[in-house]
Design a protein around this ligand. Structure first.
Ligand SMILES: [Zn+2]
Length: 244
C-alpha cells in the first residue's frame, strides 16, 4: 500500500509555517487545551469547524456526525459534551447545521439507504413534528430542505439543553450557553437562529422564539410576492432586523 505522500508533505509544510509564525505554538498547545467552545456540527467535508470561525487548533472542541444530531442515547456525543463541560469547562456549545445537508435530505426521501436510515430517523421525527409548518414550502424543495435543516438545529440545540450534563452544570451555577447556527455552503456565512439559552428557565422560551421566527419567515414569504426560491436569506435578513 502506498503512503498518502501529498497529505504528509502538506502536513510538514503546514507545521513549518505555523512554527515560523509562532515558534512556541505546538509546545504550548501540547501542554494543555483550554477551548471556550464546543462545536457540534455535520461531518460534511464542506463545513470545517475551525476555518469557518477563524480559530486555531486549541480554540475549538469539536464533535461531528451526520447531520449534527444530539441523541440522548448516543454515548459518543454525550461523552464529548461531558468532557467539554465538566473538564474543559467550555462556556459555549453551538450546534451548527448547514443548508443543503445531504443527511437531512436523505431523511425525508422514500428510497431506503440501509443502516444510516436508523440514524436519520431522528431527523424524520423532526420532520413529522413540524410537518404542518414545513408544508408552506412544499412546492420549493430547496427551501423546504433548508427550513428542515434549521428546525433540525433548533431541536438538537434543545436536546443539548435537556442533556443531564448541561442540566447539572446549570444546577450548580456553571456558565454554559447553548446556541443554534446554520452555515451557508454557497456564501460561507453562519445564520444565527437565535436559539441562545444559558439557563433552564430560558430553554422553552428560546425554543418557542426560534420556531416562531420560522413561522414568521413563512408569513413573510406568503405576503411577499417577489419572493423566490433564492430569497430566504434576504427574508432572514429582514426578520433579524425586526428582532433587533
Ligand atoms: Zn450535512
Amino acid at each position: 500500500m502506498k503512503p498518502l505522500t501529498p497529505l504528509l508533505e502538506s502536513n510538514r509544510e503546514w507545521a513549518e509555517k505555523v512554527s515560523d509564525k509562532n515558534p512556541q505554538f505546538f509546545e504550548t498547545l501540547a501542554q494543555q487545551q483550554a477551548p471556550e467552545y464546543l462545536w457540534i456540527g455535520c461531518s460534511d467535508s464542506r463545513v470545517p469547524a475551525n476555518e469557518i470561525v477563524g480559530m486555531l487548533p486549541g480554540e475549538l472542541f469539536v464533535h461531528r456526525n451526520v447531520s449534527n444530531l444530539v441523541v440522548h442515547s448516543d454515548m459518543n456525543c454525550l461523552s464529548v459534551i461531558q468532557y467539554a463541560v465538566e473538564v474543559l469547562k467550555v462556556k459555549h456549545i453551538m450546534v451548527v447545521g448547514h443548508y443543503g445537508c445531504g443527511g437531512v435530505q436523505a431523511a425525508i426521501e422514500t428510497a431506503p439507504h440501509g443502516l444510516i436510515d436508523n440514524w436519520l430517523r431522528h431527523i424524520r421525527n423532526v420532520y413529522n413534528k413540524h410537518k404542518e409548518l414545513l408544508s408552506a414550502w412544499a412546492d420549493e424543495p430547496q427551501e423546504h430542505l433548508d427550513r428542515l435543516c434549521e428546525l433540525n438545529v433548533i431541536e438538537q440545540a434543545y436536546n443539548v439543553c435537556e442533556s443531564t450534563i448541561v442540566q447539572e452544570a446549570w444546577a450548580r451555577g456553571q456558565e454554559v450557553n447553548v446556541h443554534g447556527w446554520v452555515y451557508g455552503l454557497s456564501d460561507g456565512l453562519l445564520n444565527d437562529l437565535e436559539f441562545n439559552a444559558c439557563s433552564q428557565i430560558e430553554v422553552d422560551d428560546q425554543y418557542r422564539v426560534a420556531i416562531r421566527k420560522i413561522e414568521l419567515l413563512r408569513d413573510m414569504m406568503k405576503s411577499d410576492e417577489e419572493t423566490d426560491a433564492n430569497s430566504a436569506r434576504s427574508l432572514w435578513g429582514k426578520l433579524n432586523q425586526l428582532f433587533r
